[in-house]
Structure formats: C-alpha cells, structure tokens
Design a protein around this ligand. Structure first.
Ligand SMILES: Nc1ncnc2c1ncn2[C@@H]1O[C@H](COP(=O)(O)OP(=O)(O)OP(=O)(O)O)[C@@H](O)[C@H]1O
Length: 362
C-alpha cells in the first residue's frame, strides 16, 4: 500500500529528479524487483512464451570451465526445460488435499508469493507439498519458470523432487492462480508430517533436541556442497535465506538441509547485470538493504548474477547460526563470506574445506 509518507518521499524524489527521459520511480522499481525476484532475464516478457527462456538458458549452460560430459548433460536439459514448463503436468485427480478436523486445507507454510499445502499423491500414496501462487503476485511465466528450474535442480541432493505442474480451474475472484507446483514434502522425519525451515527449526526445542556442534558443521558442509551442485548447473539461487532451507533429521538424528522456493533464481553470469534503478537514492537503497540483509551489497550497485552473491547469503546464514549456537569459528567464516568486496569472498570449495577442518577438530 502506498502510505502517505512513501508517497511524499516519491514526490520529493520526483521533484529532485530532472524530468526528461527519467522513467517513473515506481515503474522502474517494479521492473527491477520483477527482474530480481520473478522473471530474471525475461523481465520484459509478459506472455507465457517459454521458448525465449530456452534460448537464453541453453547458451549459459556451456560454461567453459565445465567438463565436456557435464556440458553434454546441459544440452539434454534443453528439451527437459521446455517439458518441465509446459508438459510436465500433474493430473488434478492424482492430488488429494489433506484436510484438518474442520475440513480446512492443511497449510505447511506461506510467503509473499504463495502458500504451501499438504496433500497426497494418489499413485504412490506419498505426502506432497502443493505450492499455490497468489494470483496478484505471480504471472504464469513466473510459475512455469520456477517449475522448470525445480525440474533441473531436483537432480541435486539439495532440492525436493518435482511431481509436476497442477492445473486447476479457479474463479477469477480466487486468491490463487490456476497453476500450482507439486513437489516432495520436505519433512522433519520420515514418519511425521511436520516440516521445519531453518528459521523455525532453531527456535523449536523438541525438533532440535540433542544436536551437537559437529552436527551443525556437517549440516553446513552439506549446504555448501549442495550449493556447489546448483552452481554447476549454471544457476544462482539469489534468494538464499533460512526460511527457504528446510531441515530433515535422519534415523540417527543427524540434520540435513534441503532447499525450497526457486522463485528468485537467475542464470549464473547472465549478461544482464542486476542494477538498481538510476532514481534509487542512497537512502532508499539503505532501507531496502536493511529489509533484506542477506542480499549481497553489489546487488545494490550493479552486478551480474555470480556465485559470490549466493556465498554472501550463505555467510549470513552462517552468521545467524554461529551467533545462536555459539560457534565462534563459524562466525569467523561468516565474516569472510560476507566481505563487501565479492572477489575477496572464499569459494564454495574453500568453505567446504574450512568447515571440514573445523569439524575434525571437534
Ligand atoms: N516442499 C516443501 N516441503 C515442506 N515445506 C515447504 C516446502 N516448500 C515450501 N515449504 C514451506 O513453505 C514456506 C513458503 O514457501 P515458499 O518460500 O516457496 O513461498 P514464497 O511465497 O515463494 O516465499 P518468499 O516470500 O520467500 O518468496 C517455506 O518457507 C517453507 O517453510
């Protein structure tokens, strides 16, 4: 909602900005935010035409530094990307929503773009998570794009299995869009329906009981290794934060990270740099920066989507964990990862090595 003070600030800004050829602040702001968090390189496309993503995505899948064998796999992804976006449909009668005693849908979590519900996948009886998207926040291309990336990243240990796109006819007055994403339910333990993201996990005594510092180090090693796998596929998460990392515990009590919410992903080293609008004043940048402290500072100047951006966000996760669990070594590593100069941040390989060495000492 445009509050009076925000409106006043905008008007002040407009007055201070020379009129000719300057795009409106809010128009440019929305365009940039869409670029950052929704459509990535295809921010200008309003039509659900996915072929452009194919074209944009595939050349990026040939980074020189990758072994030939991996490049070959990316070539095969071209067809899959399209299929995931348009052909990987989960038939509506395969999904049986779970309801509580009052007959309401069981909600697992929610965010700015969607709400995630619990359901059963009829053919196998598996529990699944169905992410419904808010109609006013997500375009069709946004949803299809998220699904396509989930399809590619489900190969990694970090991301949940993708069951397909669910199409349901809803009234135009409905809060939710017609398309939803069906994916594996990432739950705390095999035999429960409870799900915890890292943020809620650390605050819930019964879920986190009995953990040692070593467990946390191993968890972080897995997280960094998982991120490496994501980067190897030419993808930058951009939106890495504790709410998007789910925690599961195995039969021995060890914790493992899984990544959900690929709504913000962009292509690594995309030629389109992410730049804040010209009219973004220093003050506004600071306000936005404070609201999203896990975003790397270079994003607020002008930056290509790089691995270092995710490493900064990973550092913010380490910082929170280090402080909360009183792991000084982790806090120190966090400081290194969140260096404002991206070229000084450690690579993921170095992070894994450092964490491994620290874990051995325990
Ligand atoms: N596969 C899943 N299994 C279990 N819980 C999930 C799953 N996917 C999402 N969640 C839960 O639902 C919450 C909201 O999902 P998600 O982050 O995808 O929504 P969003 O609207 O895109 O969020 P954001 O505001 O961060 O963009 C997550 O924080 C997580 O706790």
């Amino acid at each position: 909602m445009l509050t009076l003070s925000r409106l006043q600030t905008e008007l002040d800004d407009r007055a201070a900005t020379p009129a000719p050829a300057q795009p409106s602040f809010w128009k440019e702001f929305r365009r940039r935010m869409r670029y950052l968090f929704c459509c990535g390189a295809n921010n200008n496309r309003l039509e659900p035409d996915f072929t452009d993503l194919n074209e944009v995505y595939v050349p990026k899948m040939y980074p020189d530094w990758l072994p030939l064998e991996q490049n070959q796999r990316y070539q095969n992804n071209k067809q899959r990307l399209y299929q995931a976006a348009y052909e990987n449909i989960c038939p509506a009668d395969h999904i049986v929503p779970e309801r509580d005693k009052r007959g309401e849908l069981v909600q697992i979590g929610s965010g700015r773009y969607g709400t995630v519900f619990l359901a059963r996948y009829k053919p196998t009886g598996d529990y699944v998570a169905v992410k419904r998207f808010k109609r006013n926040k997500s375009s069709e291309i946004h949803i299809r794009r998220e699904a396509a990336f989930l399809d590619i990243l489900q190969e990694t240990k970090l991301c949940p299995k993708f069951y397909g796109i669910l199409e349901e006819k809803r009234q135009s007055t409905s809060k939710f869009a017609n398309l939803s994403i069906v994916m594996e339910l990432v739950r705390l333990k095999e035999n429960t329906k409870q799900c915890f993201n890292l943020k809620s996990f650390v605050q819930t005594q019964f879920a986190r009981g009995g953990l040692t510092t070593k467990d946390w180090f191993n968890f972080n090693i897995e997280l960094a290794q998982g991120l490496m796998e994501v980067h190897e596929r030419g993808i930058c998460i951009l939106n890495l934060k504790d709410e998007n990392i789910m925690v599961s515990r195995d039969s021995e009590g060890a914790i493992h990270p899984r990544l959900v919410d690929l709504g913000g992903v962009v292509l690594l080293d995309d030629d389109n740099p992410i730049v804040p609008p010209q009219t973004f004043t220093e003050r506004k940048l600071n306000i936005f920066n404070k609201k999203r402290p896990s975003l790397a500072p270079e994003l607020f100047k002008s930056s290509k989507p790089t691995a270092q951006i995710d490493i900064f966000s990973l550092g913010c996760i380490f910082e929170d964990l280090g402080k909360r669990e009183m792991m000084c070594d982790l806090t120190e590593l966090a400081l290194w990862c969140t260096t404002s100069d991206p070229s000084l941040r450690p690579t993921l390989a170095v992070i894994v090595k450092e964490l491994g060495e620290l874990a051995v000492k325990l």
